[in-house]
Design a protein around this ligand. Structure first.
Ligand code: AMP
Length: 174
């Protein structure tokens, strides 16, 4: 069952803007063994280390994060774009190439000291995942790791993540 997921990733040039190669995981999601391999690969490094919650970043982090949480027998917490969550939130602003964006998480989603794993499809500059890490910090959670399907090495995204926290990426593009 160990499907080669790299072969299933579709490269889409100039999306969403000229010069960007979008790494589209939808063919992996649509392939039963591809999806299984992806979820297994993201979960396996974090088995048995007491992860209490998986945090998934809107929106592809939701698709991957919830099944990873099932694998780890733990809960799932969504980190969302502004204005989507109905109750009191923590909020973090982060830099984009042009301007800023913001992510939010329910204040009661994580209890102090709970061990948390952040999941997303792609780490590019690391701004998004770094902002999610700050939300976990605001809630008093203990960040135990990051799991990404794809890492764009040339953007050095790990520089924007906290030091000494394990980072797993299944596929690297240089
Ligand atoms: P960043 O904050 O720069 O690390 O960007 C990460 C977010 O943007 C992730 O949630 C990705 O889904 C998305 N993203 C950035 N670059 C790409 C890319 N080349 N292909 C697909 N998704 C991307």
């Amino acid at each position: 069952m160990d499907t080669n997921i790299q072969q299933l990733i579709r490269d889409v040039p100039d999306f969403p803007q000229p010069g960007v190669v979008f790494r589209d995981i939808t063919p992996v999601l649509a392939h039963p063994d591809g999806l299984d391999t992806l979820i297994e690969g993201l979960s396996a490094p974090f088995m048995g280390i007491g992860i209490a919650l998986v945090v998934g970043i809107e929106s592809r982090g939701f698709i991957l994060g919830a099944p990873v949480a099932r694998q780890l027998n733990c809960g799932f917490v969504p980190v969302r774009k502004p204005g989507k969550l109905p109750c009191a939130t923590y909020s973090v602003e982060y830099a984009l190439e042009y301007g800023t964006d913001r992510l939010e998480m329910h204040q009661d989603a994580i209890a102090p000291g709970q061990r948390v794993l952040i999941v997303d499809d792609v780490i590019a500059t690391g701004g998004t995942a770094g902002a999610a890490a700050k939300l976990i910090d605001q809630a008093g959670g203990k960040l135990a790791g990051f799991a990404f399907a794809i890492e764009l090495m040339f953007l050095n995204g790990r520089q924007n993540l906290p030091e000494n926290v394990p980072v797993v990426s299944l596929l690297s593009y240089s």
